[in-house]
Design a protein around this ligand. Sequence first.
Ligand SMILES: Cc1ncc(COP(=O)(O)O)c(C=O)c1O
Length: 400
Amino acid sequence: MTSETQNLELHTQNFSFHWCLDPQINFLNHGSYGACPRPVLEQQQAYRTRLEQEPVRFLGLELEALLDAARQELAAFMGANSDQLVFVPNATTGVNTVLRSLSFRPGDELLTTNHEYNASCNALKFTAAQTGATVVIAEIPFPLESIEQITEAVLSRVSERTKLVLLDHITSQTALIFPIRQLIRQLTAQGIEVLIDGAHAPGMVPLNLQELGVAYYTGNCHKWLCAPKGAAFLYVRQDKQDGIRPLVISHGANSPRTDRSRFHLEFDWVGTADPTPYLCVPTAIQCLNAMLPGGWPALISRNRAMTLSVRQLLCQQLQVALPCPDELIGSMATIPLPAGSATAASWQTALFERFMIEIPVIPWRNERLIRISVQLYNNLADYERLVEALKILHAEEQRF
Ligand SMILES: Cc1ncc(COP(=O)(O)O)c(C=O)c1O
């Protein structure tokens, strides 16, 4: 079988039975919050039942070993050492944790880009306002022709006052895989700390955090790893761990224990909460790994191949140019919609209300962008229906 025939077979197969998604809705927005497969939710329920059967024993005696085991599996998947990882509920918490732990002074510059996720950018601005530092925004165009436009835009805004660079690994609105390896290398060589917001990366692209050599990296497990909502991690390189404290100070701060790092003691207990999303991360990793014979590499490559063909199809049918090179694409892609008078929000609403299609349409400068996401439950027919709906909306817009 040629790889093209294999791809076609994989793109037309239906894997949606693994998920609880409403069959009435054409769900093309895995990127926003992920979607959790049934076996993972069943495992979560089993943990919840076990917790509720004996809360004191579960939270007080059993949880620590379970957290360690879950962290170890996640660390192995992410190319990290489990000493360097802690669980946090989401990437927003990961970003805030690092920003609120570091010290800045008036005159310091905190650099990010115009593609940065709004919540993370707000956290950066908040930190700047509290410390007297200044936020500097590198402007990266979209559409763009080359990776160098990204690296050059960021590096050209570095100054001797730059203390921290906050970069998305995969941008939210424009769905670009940023060249973080090159940027981390160049920035770290200049003594500048880097915080990567990798909300979309785990499960979308292969990762090796140790090899990246980055100081701080946070990523979600509930998006492309398909863990339950509320599972994410923060990676902190060993030499930086003393300075990073959780947003919530709890028992770990004065624990007399010496058998565990302060880093783990503090982050592993930030008050009573439901730890089951964290505990189910290994189940999610194993569950997705078992869905295709080739495991995770096959799943990542299937989703990417389908994303590339769907974006080609959409661009051809809507007569817009491909907005960026293929190498910047994973399992999401953003496409500018043809010019028109309706707002992005009204297209998103029309797609949902008239065609039962859940997909984000994003305002970007004077344009409207549409972002596709491809997870195993999506097949080509889902996207052919999107194309038809977009052609109708476009034709209607031209008539008025
Ligand atoms: C780049 C990026 N960072 C951070 C987040 C926030 O993720 P969460 O809401 O899980 O904290 C998102 C969510 O889509 C994102 O795309």
